[in-house]
Each structure stands twice: as C-alpha cells, then as structure tokens.
Design a protein around this ligand. Structure first.
Ligand code: ATP
Ligand code: MG
Length: 178
C-alpha cells in the first residue's frame, strides 16, 4: 500500500514536470550489486537466470543512486516477470561517450514493434499480459531518466526477447578522461 502511494506521488510529480533528482556520485558496480540483492531472490524463485557481466572497474556516474535503483528494479523486475522459467535476464553497463549506457536484455516474448511507441505511456500494459502491475513503472523510469538528462528506449529482438536501454551522465572525472 505504502509503495502504491509512492508510485502515485511519483506519477503526479512527473506529470507536473517537477521531478527533481539529487545528483551525487555512484558507481556502476554498486548499482548492479544492489539490484542483484533486491531482485536475485525473485529471479531465483522464478528459475530465471540473472546474469551481470562485471562493469569496467571504477565506472562512476553523476546520478541519484536511489532513483537509479528504482529504474533498475522496474526494468529488471519486468524482465524477470515476463521471462518464462529457464530463461535469462542480462543486466550490463558500458561507457558510451559522456554517458554510461545500461542494458537489460531478456529471453521472454519481447515487445511487438507496434507497441514500442506506447510502452512508456502512463498505465500502458499489453492486453492480456496476464501479469500483475499497474503499467506505471516504465512511465516513472522515463521520468527519472529524463530528469538526469539521459535517454531511455526499448527494442525488440529479432528472435524474441525485450531489450531496454538507458543512459546516465558519467561522473566528471570520467568525462575528462574520455
Ligand atoms: N521485459 C518485458 N517483456 C515484455 N513486455 C514488457 C517488458 N517490460 C515491459 N513490458 C510491457 O510493458 C508494460 C508496461 O510496463 P510497466 O513496467 O510500465 O508496467 P507493469 O510492470 O505492468 O506495472 P508496474 O511496473 O506499474 O508494476 C507491461 O505491462 C508489459 O506489457
Ligand atoms: Mg513494471
């Protein structure tokens, strides 16, 4: 219940164009580690293999750690939720110019190309997806990534599977180095 209230508050804040993030320094390693702590047990209980290739060492972002974890837990949570037993979800992050690019790739049914333009809309859910959810997670994820000056998008794999990507600014030292 508490989390539903938080969800609705986030939606209202994003709709009002008032979502602010507190920029701090966080590392890709910690973000991935925290995501496994939160979603590893769900993946294991659904017999979905959660794979996290280690990121480049010391990859540092200028971002709001709690908000980024919210994005990751929705994307990885979705991937685990929609991937059938025995499937795989891969979460990786790599440097892309001045940004870090996260990728969440799964072996589930994927998203039909005609829906790719709507999935970040409020309350959008595939018809008869048969899964619990309010259809707000991706809307909030987009609001959070936008507030960081990043970009979020999805692709459908040619052989099924969904691929979600988002970018976040690298820390200042990283940007100077690139
Ligand atoms: N990895 C995925 N594979 C297949 N379909 C997906 C995937 N991720 C999202 N979708 C589709 O996009 C819809 C919207 O996702 P979103 O995270 O916004 O909502 P939700 O997961 O249904 O609910 P909530 O996140 O609010 O609990 C999903 O209901 C599903 O139809
Ligand atoms: Mg969701």
């Amino acid at each position: 219940m508490e989390s539903l209230i938080r969800t609705m508050l986030d939606v209202a804040t994003i709709e009002a164009g008032k979502l602010t993030v507190s920029f701090g320094t966080c590392t890709a390693e910690v973000l991935l580690h925290e995501t496994t702590e939160v979603l590893g047990p769900l993946a294991a209980s659904r017999h979905v293999n959660l794979v996290l290739p280690p990121p480049e060492p010391h990859l540092t972002l200028r971002a709001d750690q709690e908000r980024v974890l919210q994005v990751l837990s929705n994307l990885v949570g979705n991937a685990v939720k929609f991937t059938p037993e025995g499937g795989r979800v891969t979460l990786s992050v790599e440097r892309d110019g001045d940004m870090a690019r996260f990728a969440v790739v799964d072996t589930g049914p994927g998203i039909p190309p005609e829906h790719l333009g709507q999935i970040f809309d409020r309350f959008w859910k595939a018809e008869a997806s048969g899964q619990k959810g309010t259809g707000l997670g991706l809307f909030i994820a987009k609001g959070i990534v936008d507030a960081h000056g990043g970009r979020i998008w999805a692709e459908s794999g040619a052989t099924g599977g969904a691929r979600f990507y988002f970018t976040l600014p690298l820390g200042e030292a990283e940007r100077r180095a690139s």
